[in-house]
Design a protein around this ligand. Structure first.
Ligand SMILES: Cc1cc2nc3c(=O)[nH]c(=O)nc-3n(C[C@H](O)[C@H](O)[C@H](O)COP(=O)(O)OP(=O)(O)OC[C@H]3O[C@@H](n4cnc5c(N)ncnc54)[C@H](O)[C@@H]3O)c2cc1C
Length: 400
């Protein structure tokens, strides 16, 4: 597989995108006996693996199940996820001597840097006889007698199979492009409108000022929208709200909708306030609430007029305590929008699964054309689910 500029390279499988899915596919297909070439326009492979999980790559989640993925067809991911599990991935890490640990909620992280995973992916690609060409731009793609003819800045490539693994639109600064969607449309596939997901909310006006005033404050909440809800931490920021609970619910949120926040999630708040009143009747409602919520948040709620004006807990009836707890358990906030592609961790939507085989990820319209990883309309929750989809969809495409 030499690479002079005007040459024609022939391979069994051409993979576009040297990210998590593309590299994992390439090694599996190489091990199965295919001659594989991976091209990528970036200077380095798998940059998102490198920066993921704060540099330690949250590479899977032991609670992986189809319900943790959003798609217009919620059943699509089932088959691939069942045939390549988190245990399959950790067994592979063990063979490479890569240590890992569980953080919370089933999230598995490397003990060391995420570079260990990139080294494993690239090492396996080379060990299986595959080749990778970086800083290679992809041009026109056409059908040929034997499959596909792809023009690149490194010459023409003819391939029996074309595997599109060029990801979604999140973080353009890292080289994300809509190439996968363009290829899909070229070959007659529908694309479910891509939307930024796992992304912080921004606010305008009074709420923006209020939230900015306590930027840095975090508390556990239940964030809900349209029947979905997540119990995790929320963080106030200069622009609005972030933290895992907010990132999770952002994947479900639609413009113009209020997000419901239970600020007292997981606490028996009414009981705690009634006990506080019995013990310290002369203390204020604010001091009582400070036992349940961060002080700066309590002060903000008071300044916003979200709390009743009782001087002393003694003056507060049980009914008012229950009413207050109800209000704080269902605090509605109206985001003006999200931070968008600049910071979104993933892309919701993507290549419509209706015309893809759930067993092999192959196009039902164009034999030999495959879509894997984030470019497909399968989006995982926060916490390692998106990498598990990258591995599982790549495995399905390589081994059917
Ligand atoms: C900051 C951040 C942190 C994350 N943390 C986690 C985490 O801890 N756990 C988790 O499960 N998920 C995480 N994700 C999501 C995860 O990184 C992605 O879901 C995953 O990388 C998708 O894999 P992929 O191979 O489909 O696409 P990508 O990893 O995006 O790879 C696509 C590749 O295609 C290349 N490409 C794009 N366009 C072109 C083009 N036009 N020509 C040639 N090549 C092209 C890109 O350069 C890239 O190398 C995180 C994402 C971000 C942004």
């Amino acid at each position: 597989m030499s690479n002079p500029s005007n040459s024609l390279t022939r391979v069994d499988a051409l993979v576009i995108g040297a990210g998590a899915a593309g590299l994992f596919y390439a090694a599996r297909a190489g091990e199965a006996g295919l001659r594989v070439l991976v091209v990528d326009h970036a200077a380095k492979p798998a940059e998102k693996v490198r920066i993921s999980g704060g540099g330690r790559c949250n590479f899977t989640n032991i609670h992986t199940r189809p319900e943790a993925f959003l798609s217009q067809n919620p059943h699509f991911a089932r088959s691939a996820l069942a045939r390549f599990t988190p245990e399959d991935f950790t067994a592979r890490l063990a063979r490479h001597g890569i240590g890992w640990h569980e953080k919370t909620l089933g999230q598995l992280f490397c003990d060391g840097r995420s570079a260990a995973i990139i080294d494993m992916l690239v090492g396996e690609l080379h060990a299986s006889g595959g080749e990778m060409r970086l800083e290679t731009r992809v041009g026109a793609i056409a059908r040929s007698a034997d499959g596909f003819l792809v023009e690149t800045s490194g010459g023409k490539i003819e391939a029996g199979r074309l595997i599109v693994a060029s990801g979604g639109l999140s973080i353009p600064k890292m080289g994300a492009t809509g190439l996968a969607y363009d290829i899909a449309r070229q070959f007659g596939h529908e694309v479910v409108t891509p939307r930024p997901a796992l992304v912080p909310f921004v606010f305008e006006g009074r709420e923006k000022e209020d939230f900015a005033s306590i930027s840095g404050v975090a508390c556990p909440v239940r964030a809900g929208f349209d029947g979905a809800s997540f119990d995790e931490a929320m963080l106030f920021t200069h622009r609005g709200l972030s933290g895992p609970a907010i990132l999770q619910i952002s994947s479900y949120w639609r413009e113009g909708g209020e997000v419901r926040l239970d600020l007292l999630a997981g606490q028996n708040a009414a009981e705690a306030l009634i006990a506080f009143k019995a013990e310290s009747p002369r203390k204020s409602l604010l001091s009582a609430l400070e036992t349940l919520l961060p002080n700066r948040l309590v002060a903000l709620l008071a300044a916003r007029g979200d709390l009743p004006a009782f001087e002393r807990m003694a003056d507060m009836s049980h009914a008012s305590i229950h009413a207050l707890c109800k209000a704080l358990s269902d605090w509605g906030v109206l985001p003006a929008g999200t931070e968008g592609w600049r910071t979104a961790e993933v892309t919701l939507g993507g290549i419509d699964t209706a015309a893809l085989s759930s067993r092999t990820m192959e196009s039902r319209l164009v034999p030999g054309l495959y879509f894997i990883g984030e470019c497909v309309d399968v989006t995982g929750w926060l916490g390692g689910y998106n990498f598990q989809w990258a591995w599982a969809s790549a495995h399905a495409a390589a081994l059917g």
